[in-house]
Design a protein around this ligand. Structure first.
Ligand code: PEP
Length: 255
Protein backbone atom coordinates (compact mmCIF):
# COMPACT_ATOMS: atom_id res chain seq x y z
CA UNK A 1 0.00 0.00 0.00
CA UNK A 2 1.36 3.41 -1.01
CA UNK A 3 0.47 6.33 1.27
CA UNK A 4 -1.05 9.12 -0.83
CA UNK A 5 0.86 12.40 -0.89
CA UNK A 6 -0.59 15.79 -1.76
CA UNK A 7 1.75 18.70 -2.32
CA UNK A 8 0.76 22.32 -2.77
CA UNK A 9 3.05 24.13 -5.21
CA UNK A 10 2.52 27.81 -4.49
CA UNK A 11 4.86 28.79 -7.35
CA UNK A 12 5.83 32.51 -7.21
CA UNK A 13 2.85 33.48 -5.05
CA UNK A 14 2.48 34.75 -1.47
CA UNK A 15 4.63 37.16 0.47
CA UNK A 16 5.75 36.03 3.92
CA UNK A 17 2.75 37.80 5.48
CA UNK A 18 0.37 36.21 2.97
CA UNK A 19 1.96 32.80 3.52
CA UNK A 20 1.35 33.15 7.25
CA UNK A 21 -2.30 34.01 6.60
CA UNK A 22 -2.80 31.04 4.26
CA UNK A 23 -1.15 28.54 6.60
CA UNK A 24 -3.12 29.83 9.59
CA UNK A 25 -6.34 29.37 7.62
CA UNK A 26 -5.68 25.69 6.87
CA UNK A 27 -3.20 24.35 9.42
CA UNK A 28 -5.64 22.76 11.85
CA UNK A 29 -7.70 21.01 9.15
CA UNK A 30 -4.61 19.79 7.30
CA UNK A 31 -2.99 18.59 10.52
CA UNK A 32 -6.10 16.54 11.34
CA UNK A 33 -6.15 15.02 7.84
CA UNK A 34 -2.46 14.12 7.97
CA UNK A 35 -2.65 12.69 11.48
CA UNK A 36 -2.57 8.92 11.64
CA UNK A 37 -0.29 8.49 8.64
CA UNK A 38 -2.99 7.86 6.01
CA UNK A 39 -2.06 10.94 4.00
CA UNK A 40 1.12 12.98 3.58
CA UNK A 41 0.60 16.71 3.04
CA UNK A 42 3.43 18.96 1.85
CA UNK A 43 3.35 22.76 1.47
CA UNK A 44 5.84 24.21 -1.03
CA UNK A 45 6.00 27.99 -0.69
CA UNK A 46 8.57 30.27 -2.36
CA UNK A 47 12.07 29.97 -0.81
CA UNK A 48 11.77 33.12 1.27
CA UNK A 49 8.63 31.85 3.03
CA UNK A 50 9.90 28.30 3.65
CA UNK A 51 11.32 28.97 7.17
CA UNK A 52 8.18 30.87 8.16
CA UNK A 53 5.86 28.09 6.96
CA UNK A 54 8.09 25.45 8.59
CA UNK A 55 7.80 27.31 11.88
CA UNK A 56 4.03 27.56 11.60
CA UNK A 57 3.54 23.82 11.02
CA UNK A 58 6.20 22.62 13.48
CA UNK A 59 4.74 19.98 15.79
CA UNK A 60 2.06 18.98 13.23
CA UNK A 61 2.30 16.17 10.65
CA UNK A 62 2.26 18.76 7.83
CA UNK A 63 5.52 18.75 5.85
CA UNK A 64 7.25 21.54 3.97
CA UNK A 65 9.08 21.53 0.65
CA UNK A 66 10.96 23.93 -1.62
CA UNK A 67 10.27 24.38 -5.34
CA UNK A 68 13.82 24.00 -6.64
CA UNK A 69 17.48 23.73 -5.61
CA UNK A 70 20.89 23.88 -7.29
CA UNK A 71 23.10 20.80 -7.68
CA UNK A 72 26.22 22.43 -6.21
CA UNK A 73 26.27 22.70 -2.44
CA UNK A 74 27.94 26.12 -2.07
CA UNK A 75 29.97 28.72 -3.90
CA UNK A 76 29.75 31.40 -6.56
CA UNK A 77 26.30 30.67 -7.96
CA UNK A 78 24.48 33.95 -7.51
CA UNK A 79 20.78 33.61 -6.88
CA UNK A 80 20.78 29.85 -6.33
CA UNK A 81 19.80 27.81 -3.25
CA UNK A 82 21.74 24.77 -2.03
CA UNK A 83 20.55 21.53 -0.47
CA UNK A 84 22.33 22.10 2.90
CA UNK A 85 20.43 25.39 3.18
CA UNK A 86 17.12 23.70 2.49
CA UNK A 87 17.45 20.63 4.66
CA UNK A 88 17.70 22.84 7.74
CA UNK A 89 14.15 24.01 7.13
CA UNK A 90 12.29 21.51 4.95
CA UNK A 91 12.08 17.85 3.96
CA UNK A 92 10.97 17.86 0.33
CA UNK A 93 11.96 19.61 -2.88
CA UNK A 94 10.18 19.81 -6.22
CA UNK A 95 12.61 19.12 -9.07
CA UNK A 96 12.16 19.57 -12.82
CA UNK A 97 8.79 21.32 -12.79
CA UNK A 98 7.79 22.03 -16.39
CA UNK A 99 7.88 25.78 -15.68
CA UNK A 100 11.54 25.43 -14.72
CA UNK A 101 12.23 23.37 -17.82
CA UNK A 102 10.32 25.82 -20.05
CA UNK A 103 11.35 29.25 -18.65
CA UNK A 104 14.70 28.51 -17.04
CA UNK A 105 16.20 26.03 -19.47
CA UNK A 106 16.34 23.03 -17.13
CA UNK A 107 17.44 19.88 -18.90
CA UNK A 108 17.04 16.19 -18.09
CA UNK A 109 20.73 16.15 -17.19
CA UNK A 110 20.32 19.03 -14.74
CA UNK A 111 17.25 17.39 -13.23
CA UNK A 112 19.26 14.21 -12.67
CA UNK A 113 22.06 16.15 -10.93
CA UNK A 114 19.56 17.98 -8.74
CA UNK A 115 17.87 14.73 -7.68
CA UNK A 116 21.26 13.24 -6.75
CA UNK A 117 22.18 16.30 -4.69
CA UNK A 118 18.80 16.40 -2.96
CA UNK A 119 19.05 12.72 -2.01
CA UNK A 120 22.63 13.09 -0.80
CA UNK A 121 21.36 15.77 1.60
CA UNK A 122 18.32 13.86 2.84
CA UNK A 123 15.79 15.91 0.90
CA UNK A 124 12.93 13.93 -0.66
CA UNK A 125 12.55 14.90 -4.30
CA UNK A 126 9.19 15.36 -6.03
CA UNK A 127 10.28 14.85 -9.63
CA UNK A 128 8.02 16.32 -12.32
CA UNK A 129 7.59 14.82 -15.79
CA UNK A 130 5.03 15.41 -18.51
CA UNK A 131 4.52 15.98 -22.21
CA UNK A 132 3.38 19.11 -24.03
CA UNK A 133 0.26 19.39 -26.17
CA UNK A 134 2.02 18.77 -29.49
CA UNK A 135 3.70 15.63 -28.14
CA UNK A 136 0.40 14.46 -26.69
CA UNK A 137 -1.43 14.98 -29.96
CA UNK A 138 1.33 13.29 -31.93
CA UNK A 139 1.07 10.17 -29.76
CA UNK A 140 4.55 10.73 -28.29
CA UNK A 141 3.56 10.79 -24.62
CA UNK A 142 4.91 7.37 -23.69
CA UNK A 143 8.24 7.86 -25.48
CA UNK A 144 8.77 11.34 -24.08
CA UNK A 145 7.64 10.77 -20.49
CA UNK A 146 9.39 7.39 -20.31
CA UNK A 147 12.58 9.09 -21.51
CA UNK A 148 12.25 11.81 -18.86
CA UNK A 149 11.91 9.20 -16.09
CA UNK A 150 14.89 7.17 -17.33
CA UNK A 151 17.05 10.31 -17.59
CA UNK A 152 15.96 11.64 -14.19
CA UNK A 153 16.84 8.43 -12.34
CA UNK A 154 20.04 7.54 -14.22
CA UNK A 155 22.63 6.38 -11.70
CA UNK A 156 20.31 6.68 -8.71
CA UNK A 157 20.25 3.76 -6.30
CA UNK A 158 17.11 1.66 -5.87
CA UNK A 159 16.50 2.66 -2.25
CA UNK A 160 16.85 6.34 -3.12
CA UNK A 161 14.39 5.92 -5.97
CA UNK A 162 11.93 4.28 -3.57
CA UNK A 163 12.06 7.32 -1.30
CA UNK A 164 11.40 9.71 -4.17
CA UNK A 165 8.03 10.89 -5.44
CA UNK A 166 7.19 11.45 -9.10
CA UNK A 167 4.54 13.82 -10.40
CA UNK A 168 2.98 13.20 -13.81
CA UNK A 169 2.06 16.68 -15.00
CA UNK A 170 1.01 16.97 -18.63
CA UNK A 171 2.05 20.52 -19.56
CA UNK A 172 -1.20 21.16 -21.40
CA UNK A 173 -3.10 20.57 -18.15
CA UNK A 174 -1.06 22.86 -15.89
CA UNK A 175 -2.87 26.07 -15.00
CA UNK A 176 -5.19 25.70 -17.98
CA UNK A 177 -8.32 24.41 -16.28
CA UNK A 178 -8.15 21.49 -18.73
CA UNK A 179 -7.20 18.51 -16.57
CA UNK A 180 -6.29 15.10 -17.98
CA UNK A 181 -8.88 12.38 -17.55
CA UNK A 182 -8.44 10.12 -14.55
CA UNK A 183 -8.16 7.08 -16.81
CA UNK A 184 -5.66 8.80 -19.12
CA UNK A 185 -3.39 9.87 -16.25
CA UNK A 186 -3.72 6.44 -14.68
CA UNK A 187 -2.54 4.78 -17.89
CA UNK A 188 0.51 7.03 -18.30
CA UNK A 189 1.49 6.52 -14.65
CA UNK A 190 0.85 2.77 -14.62
CA UNK A 191 2.29 1.85 -17.99
CA UNK A 192 4.84 4.51 -18.86
CA UNK A 193 6.17 5.81 -15.54
CA UNK A 194 6.06 2.57 -13.57
CA UNK A 195 7.19 0.78 -16.73
CA UNK A 196 10.32 2.96 -16.92
CA UNK A 197 10.99 2.42 -13.20
CA UNK A 198 10.62 -1.33 -13.63
CA UNK A 199 13.13 -1.20 -16.50
CA UNK A 200 15.59 0.86 -14.45
CA UNK A 201 15.14 -1.13 -11.23
CA UNK A 202 12.56 -3.90 -10.85
CA UNK A 203 8.81 -4.40 -10.62
CA UNK A 204 8.75 -4.15 -6.80
CA UNK A 205 10.46 -0.75 -6.92
CA UNK A 206 8.11 0.43 -9.67
CA UNK A 207 5.18 -0.54 -7.46
CA UNK A 208 6.66 1.10 -4.34
CA UNK A 209 7.35 4.58 -5.74
CA UNK A 210 4.58 7.11 -5.23
CA UNK A 211 3.39 8.92 -8.34
CA UNK A 212 1.14 11.97 -8.16
CA UNK A 213 -1.00 13.52 -10.86
CA UNK A 214 -0.76 17.29 -11.41
CA UNK A 215 -2.57 19.65 -13.75
CA UNK A 216 -5.68 21.71 -12.92
CA UNK A 217 -6.67 19.57 -9.93
CA UNK A 218 -9.63 21.13 -8.12
CA UNK A 219 -12.05 20.02 -5.39
CA UNK A 220 -14.52 19.23 -8.22
CA UNK A 221 -12.36 16.84 -10.25
CA UNK A 222 -10.06 15.41 -7.59
CA UNK A 223 -12.20 12.35 -6.77
CA UNK A 224 -11.73 11.11 -10.35
CA UNK A 225 -7.96 11.04 -9.86
CA UNK A 226 -7.95 9.53 -6.40
CA UNK A 227 -10.24 6.72 -7.62
CA UNK A 228 -7.44 5.51 -9.93
CA UNK A 229 -5.27 2.68 -8.65
CA UNK A 230 -1.98 4.03 -10.03
CA UNK A 231 -2.38 7.62 -8.78
CA UNK A 232 -0.97 8.28 -5.32
CA UNK A 233 -2.06 11.84 -4.70
CA UNK A 234 -1.71 15.19 -6.40
CA UNK A 235 0.65 18.05 -7.06
CA UNK A 236 -1.64 21.06 -6.83
CA UNK A 237 -0.84 24.54 -8.13
CA UNK A 238 -3.63 27.13 -8.30
CA UNK A 239 -6.00 25.35 -5.91
CA UNK A 240 -3.29 25.15 -3.23
CA UNK A 241 -3.47 28.94 -2.85
CA UNK A 242 -7.07 28.84 -1.59
CA UNK A 243 -7.36 27.34 1.89
CA UNK A 244 -10.86 25.89 1.41
CA UNK A 245 -9.92 24.29 -1.92
CA UNK A 246 -6.69 22.74 -0.69
CA UNK A 247 -8.43 21.37 2.41
CA UNK A 248 -11.22 19.92 0.21
CA UNK A 249 -8.64 18.23 -2.05
CA UNK A 250 -6.86 16.72 0.95
CA UNK A 251 -10.20 15.57 2.39
CA UNK A 252 -10.96 13.76 -0.85
CA UNK A 253 -7.74 11.74 -0.45
CA UNK A 254 -8.69 10.27 2.90
CA UNK A 255 -12.25 9.33 1.88
C1 PEP B 1 1.59 22.71 -10.79
O1 PEP B 1 2.02 23.82 -10.54
O2 PEP B 1 2.36 21.75 -10.65
C2 PEP B 1 0.20 22.54 -11.22
C3 PEP B 1 -0.23 21.34 -11.45
O3 PEP B 1 -0.55 23.68 -11.35
P1 PEP B 1 -2.16 23.76 -11.49
O4 PEP B 1 -2.73 22.88 -10.40
O5 PEP B 1 -2.48 25.21 -11.25
O6 PEP B 1 -2.53 23.28 -12.84
Amino acid sequence: MRTPIIAGNWKMNKTIAEARELVNAMRDDLARLAAGGKLDIVLCPPFIAVPEVAGLVRGTPIRVGAQNLFWETKGAFTGEIAAPMLNEVCEHVIIGHSERRQYFGETDEGVNKKIKTALAHHLKPIVCVGENLAQNEAGQTAAFVGGQVRAAFQGIARDDARGSVLAYEPIWAIGTGKAASGAGANAVIGLTIRGALAELYDEATAQAVRVQYGGSVTPKNVAEFFAQPEIDGALVGGASLVAADFIAICKAAVK
